[in-house]
Design a protein around this ligand. Structure first.
Ligand code: G6P
Length: 605
């Protein structure tokens, strides 16, 4: 979604803010802006469109500090120059950047208008700038604190006061704010990606916290005024991980990084000696884990689909009933929370609002949640307090690739761990541990075969609608394949359980509607081959993602992956479908890293 960056220190803020905005652009990108303080005045620039539009607008060598900046993904008010952030009060003394939604903005706007305030944008955020200016307070901190008392909704904000440039004030309620601690300079961002070039030492604000940030340090307190103590966390990300390297797109780079990313997810977690896995962050004793009767996995988008693969793994290997559900649905249906159910929240960013709300619903009702999360120290990770970090490294492309794979790997680790506490045999555990060790090289082998995908991608690029079918865990692979394709190629792509094809979608199969069939060589192989025959009989083009071996049916394209242990096969079968989506999007000339209308981290409802 929207991104915030702020800086205070001895350097000029503008270059640091611009660099940070470029890093955050993947979160939301219909407009961008910045404000710096120079000589007791604000210098403010904002524009619709990409960060590079803002770059063109800035004067050469713009001086001043502190400064705040923003990339916007419109919620209130269309994308336009006037709705871009920062927003200021009437006297242009205070400037604010805001992520989130102020729910009582309409009422506050009406009150302020009645008092003679003239609004210059359609945003809810501008209300805050006027409120801050209207507060009788002798410090920026007091003014912001008083203004926030009047506001309901979600916010991550950064505010500067042109007349008091010695500090900037930030606050958080439901939308992330992270402080970066430098050497006599401080950075602020809504996402660690904007900080890592400058510092590895970060502090995550909690909901209901305010921070006064000066060049030489910061103080945090609650909205009510009680001081809070924050211990900085050391980021493990390296700045190089945030560049595209030799790749044309982040999506391609992140697909290619998967062998390394999987190695990091596995690192220190395999215990071949006991044919099991070790997960230090679970913080649940064996006895507690044995009491788990059901597992419910919650996530959104690809995180949800990775959860579907996770549920299958857990059910197969640990024989615990497990089920994945979109977190967005779960939180709204007043779910029954059971004490012997373990709830698992899956999120790359650790900031997805619906997933966080689902965790809060679970814990509020006394349930236990653990996180499968990539971003260390993120809101969902902290809300769960325990879980499995992916360590996949930063994922910048909006669509998830390496974190999808690493989430499935993390679930394999969890399933083996739970299984070995129950009935999973030493022999089976041993085979699975060995198969996980082999996984990075197998993924590398699939990636090396990228060229085989090119002609298939070119033919799929020519169609309007594409079906993806599979059975059991193969269906989850089909779901992710379809999601990936529609996100980056803008084609209508739909996943269906192969068994359900004849109950509806078969009516749509004709020579213009291709089907991608996920065909592992498992006990359902013959059934899937029958499905292929049914499609063939309607002259539907067929593309397979399968494993080596004899095949008695004619197909239009074949993508092969090596075999793993059957339970882990879905992880490998998904990889060519990522490359397929990427190559189809290339062929269709769509915007790959930042698909239209989508954002990497959806921090609003
Ligand atoms: C958005 C992104 C998806 C992502 C989902 C969940 O919808 O476009 O690619 O899978 O959010 O994100 P999370 O950070 O919670 O995994």
């Amino acid at each position: 979604m929207c991104g915030i960056v702020a800086y205070i220190g001895r350097q000029d803020a503008a270059p640091i803010l611009m660099e940070g905005l470029h890093r955050l652009e993947y979160r939301g990108y219909d407009s961008a802006g910045l404000a710096v303080v120079r000589g007791a005045a604000l210098r403010l620039y904002k524009t619709q469109g990409k960060v590079r539009n803002l770059e063109h607008l800035l004067p050469q060598g713009l001086k001043g500090s502190p400064g705040i900046a923003h990339t916007r993904w419109a919620t209130h008010g269309e994308p336009s120059d006037r709705n871009a952030h920062p927003h200021t009060d009437a006297a242009s003394r205070y400037a604010i950047v805001h992520n989130g939604i102020i729910e009582n903005a309409a009422a506050l706007r009406a009150q302020l208008t009645a008092q003679g305030v003239e609004f210059r944008s359609d945003t809810d955020s501008e209300v805050l700038a006027h409120l801050i200016a209207a507060m009788p307070a002798d410090t920026l901190e007091k003014a912001v604190r008083a203004a926030l008392q009047l506001v309901t909704g979600a916010y991550g904000i950064a505010v500067v006061d042109a007349e008091r440039p010695e500090a900037l004030v930030v606050a958080r309620q439901g939308s992330p704010v992270i402080l970066g601690v430098g050497d006599r300079e401080m950075f602020v961002a809504s996402d660690a990606a904007a900080l890592v070039r400058h510092t590895q030492s970060v502090v995550h604000l909690d909901d209901g916290e305010i921070a006064v940030v000066r060049a030489d340090g910061f103080e945090t307190s609650t909205l009510e005024g009680g001081p809070t103590v924050k211990v900085p966390l050391v980021l493990e990300w390296q700045a190089e991980a945030l560049g595209k390297g030799d790749f044309a797109h982040f999506m391609h780079k992140e697909i290619a990084e998967q062998p390394e990313a999987i190695r990091r997810t596995l690192s220190g977690r395999l215990e071949p000696r006991f044919q099991t896995t070790h997960l230090g962050g679970l913080e649940m004793a064996a006895r507690e884990l044995l009491e788990v009767r059901r597992i419910k996995i919650l996530g959104c988008g690809s995180a949800y689909i990775a959860g579907c693969i996770g549920a299958q793994l857990i059910e197969q290997l640990a024989r615990i009933p497990a089920h994945a559900e979109p977190a967005s649905e779960f939180r709204y249906r007043n779910p029954v929370i059971e004490p012997d159910t373990l709830y698992v929240a899956v999120s790359q960013s650790g900031e997805t609002f619906d997933t966080l709300a689902a965790v809060q619903e679970v814990t509020r009702k006394g349930g236990r949640a653990l996180g499968v999360v990539n971003a260390v120290g993120s809101t969902i990770a902290r809300a769960c307090g325990r879980g499995i970090y992916l360590h996949a490294g930063p994922e910048i492309a909006v669509v998830s690739t390496k974190t999808f794979t690493c989430t499935a790997v993390a679930f394999a680790l969890l399933a083996i761990h739970l299984g070995r506490l129950r009935d999973l045999s030493t022999g089976h555990g041993e085979r699975l541990v060995a198969a996980l060790e082999a996984l990075p090289d197998q993924v590398a082998a699939i990636l090396a075969n990228d060229a085989a995908i090119e002609p298939i991608a070119r033919s799929i690029a020519g169609y309007h609608d594409v079906y993806f079918v599979g059975r059991a865990a193969g269906y989850a692979v089909a779901m992710e394949g379809a999601l990936k394709l529609k996100e980056v190629s803008y084609q209508h792509a739909e996943a269906y359980p192969a068994s359900e094809l004849k109950h509806g979608p078969l009516a749509l199969i004709d020579p213009q509607t291709p089907t991608v069939v996920v065909l592992p060589r498992d006990e359902l192989f013959a059934k899937n081959v029958s499905t292929i025959e049914e499609i063939r009989a309607r002259r539907g083009p067929i593309y397979l993602v399968t494993q080596p071996g004899p095949l008695a049916v004619a197909v239009d394209g074949l993508l092969e992956v090596p075999s793993s242990e059957p339970e882990l096969d879905p992880i490998l079968l998904n990889i060519p479908l990522q490359l397929l989506a990427y190559r189809v999007a290339l062929a269709r000339g769509t915007e790959i890293d930042q698909p239209r209308n989508l954002a990497k981290s959806v921090t609003v409802e």
